[in-house]
Design a protein around this ligand. Structure first.
Ligand code: FMN
Length: 204
């Protein structure tokens, strides 16, 4: 079955929680499923090699997960207003996909979690968009038809879903944040399905 890759890094669980809600939204669209994948942490000890399977949670992503996806949701906690190094490290191993144009024309969206409300949600979202634009992906945000964008007092931006996790990283997702995560999942899956149907018609 065609799948949307929900690829994220999360140290304290907030971004992982968002990923699960995005996956729920994907699952609402017929003939589309979500594939949840994460990336290993990076270490300053170059000789250290992470186990190939994480101790818990989603498996680590392989390049083929990315190569064969119908669409991508990419998520990272904010790190000084930017995406986290482990996700950037993974993306910097995707040159072969860039050379072959494997991701060009596929829909993509981004999501993030921060400890403070004005601590860089939008900049982090945009930092994740840049490499996806180089790959030729079609970026989707959230339209204001998702009326939670007007009323949220926590996360939620037109550039993609976001979450305010608080200084102790322990605030749960608000209802509005959850709905916006699911909306991105639905939107990605619906767009991927429409593009796929169009390609099938063109080939017929
Ligand atoms: C090195 C580092 C840098 C961070 N930079 C920011 C920041 O610029 N703005 C912010 O609001 N939170 C910042 N945080 C907090 C995380 O973004 C926040 O706790 C996030 O919700 C963690 O997501 P997770 O639970 O998925 O790991 C930083 C955390 C670390 C460890």
């Amino acid at each position: 079955m065609a799948y949307i890759l929900v690829l994220y890094y999360s140290r304290h669980g907030a971004t992982a929680d968002m990923a699960r809600h995005i996956a729920r939204g994907v699952g609402e669209i017929a003939d589309m499923e979500a594939r949840l994948r994460t990336v290993p942490p990076v270490s300053t000890v170059c000789e250290a090699t992470a186990d190939s399977v994480p101790p818990s949670g989603a498996p680590y992503a392989e390049l083929d997960d990315l190569r064969h996806c119908a669409g991508l949701a990419l998520g990272s906690p904010t790190r000084f207003g930017n995406m986290a190094a482990p996700l950037k490290y993974f993306l910097e191993q995707t040159s072969s996909l860039w050379l072959s144009g494997a991701l060009a024309g596929k829909p993509a969206g981004v999501f993030t979690s921060t400890s403070s409300l004005h601590g860089g949600q939008e900049t982090t979202l945009i930092s994740m968009m840049l490499p996806l634009l180089h790959h030729g992906m079609l970026l989707l945000g959230l339209p204001y038809a998702e009326t939670d964008l007007f009323h949220t007092t926590a996360g939620g931006t037109p550039y993609g879903p976001s979450h305010l996790a608080g200084t102790n990283s322990d605030l749960p997702l608000t209802e509005a944040e959850r709905r916006l995560c699911q909306a991105l999942g639905r939107r990605l899956a619906q767009t991927a399905a429409t593009l796929k149907a169009g390609q099938a018609r063109n080939q017929a």
